[in-house]
Design a protein around this ligand. Structure first.
Ligand code: TYC
Length: 103
């Protein structure tokens, strides 16, 4: 990127090559079997949502097919996905949770 000058002062530094780390959305996907109250509990337990917000996100997933749990750095997002899937499988639910780069 070209630096811009005005009155001899550099207003914007030339890029150094450093970038902020990419962020990732964690999404829940709908299925026909996982109970609604289990999904609400997952959103409260792993994503610190209150009951009202967790219920709204769960219903969005139920009606639209997917919904966002939060946006995290890559390692945190990957850990959340693992924890949600492990918890769901322990309870024999097929709940799907994925991460995707936040454009
Ligand atoms: N569709 C499920 C039901 O009717 C509820 C559900 C919501 C499942 C969200 C998964 O990520 C999900 N019991």
């Amino acid at each position: 990127m070209t630096a811009h000058h005005q009155d001899g002062h550099i207003l914007e530094a030339t890029r150094t090559g450093l970038r902020p780390p990419p962020l990732y959305k964690v999404l829940l996907l709908n299925d026909d079997f996982t109970p609604m109250d289990f999904v609400v509990d997952v959103l409260q337990r792993f994503f610190s949502m209150d009951g009202e917000r967790a219920t709204r996100v769960m219903l969005q997933v139920h009606r639209e097919g997917q919904g966002m749990c939060g946006v995290f750095t890559r390692d945190i997002a990957a850990t959340k996905v693992e924890q949600v899937i492990a918890h769901a499988r322990q309870h024999q639910h097929p709940l799907a949770c994925v991460m995707e780069e936040n454009e």
